[in-house]
Design a protein around this ligand. Structure first.
Ligand SMILES: Nc1ncnc2c1ncn2[C@@H]1O[C@H](COP(=O)(O)OP(=O)(O)O)[C@@H](O)[C@H]1O
Ligand SMILES: [Mg+2]
Length: 265
């Protein structure tokens, strides 16, 4: 008999989800009937070639795009449109330039007409956690790119979502800032135990941060490989220098390269 306890319910599940965009003159098949789920508290990383349909998967998970076939479940219920317990962070940290850092972090509350007083303590605590204490009143242009991304993480988390969707959140950053952001995320993770889907181009980032990695094929996206990351938590960034880690990243690189070769053939 299946386990009916609430913990057995996944944060999100894709059931045979496909997506075709009605482009002219020919429709564009972005996602080919994929099925996967994210357990509660699990961090799933998605890797795959550029243009394969990763962002489309996240947009559907966010309820911002509808699947053409199949269906999504969120916490065991059908997903219809944006879910208030889902936090999103897309590629460019588009903070609103006229708002302070704190007001940007509070913006999801503003949209939902939740009184700021209810969430301001949490916002301040998040800003402190990511090292932005003292910058609450600054405007986005006064921050570095890495600091803006940190503020965007706080914004995605301010309403205490149980699922966080991140689309290449650090890809615009230089390598060192990017590693720092990985550490920030790992740290937040180890404290909050949220479910998350994290799209990245970095194999290292995926293996360092995630519980499980999906490698998508070239477009239309299907799951080419699924790998459970065997390293216990808490993880240390120095893990990336070990032979065990390197063996896994080399394997994933091979899977991705195999997919790309198919593209050129
Ligand atoms: N709204 C849309 N309308 C038409 N085509 C789209 C739309 N969004 C994405 N696509 C196309 O779908 C494919 C997958 O895009 P995307 O999911 O952004 O890929 P990835 O994030 O893996 O780079 C691309 O060919 C892209 O041009
Ligand atoms: Mg994308």
């Amino acid at each position: 008999m299946p386990d009916a306890s609430p913990l057995a319910v996944e944060a999100i599940r894709f059931h045979e989800v496909g997506k075709t965009f009605p482009t002219k003159p020919v429709p564009l098949r972005a996602v080919e009937r994929v099925s996967f789920g994210v357990a509660r508290g699990e961090l799933l990383a998605i890797l795959g070639p550029s243009g394969c349909g990763k962002s489309t998967l996240l947009m559907m998970a966010a309820g911002l795009e509808e699947p053409t076939e199949g269906r999504l479940e969120r916490g065991g219920m059908p997903l219809v449109g944006p879910h208030r317990q889902t936090g999103v962070m897309f590629q460019d940290a588009t903070l609103l330039p006229w708002l302070s850092v704190l007001d940007n972090v509070l913006f999801p509350a503003t949209i939902r007409r939740i009184p700021h007083a209810k969430v301001v303590d949490r916002a301040m605590e998040l800003l402190r956690t990511v090292g932005l204490k003292g910058f609450e009143r600054a405007r986005p242009h006064e921050l570095s790119g890495g600091m803006r991304q940190r503020a965007a993480i706080c914004r995605a988390l301010v309403l205490d979502p149980d699922l966080l969707l991140m689309d290449e959140p650090f890809s615009a950053l230089d390598a060192i800032t990017r590693d720092e952001m990985g550490d920030v995320l790992l740290d937040l993770w180890q404290h909050t135990h949220k479910s998350a889907i994290f799209v990245t181009h970095s194999i290292r980032e995926a293996v360092l941060l995630a519980d499980r990695v999906l490698v998508m094929s070239r477009r239309p996206a299907t799951v080419a490989e699924e790998l459970v990351v065997p390293f216990p938590r808490p993880r240390d960034p120095r893990l990336a220098d070990t032979p065990e880690f390197t063996a896994i990243t080399a394997h994933l690189r091979g899977v991705i390269a195999a997919g790309m070769q198919g593209e050129m053939a």
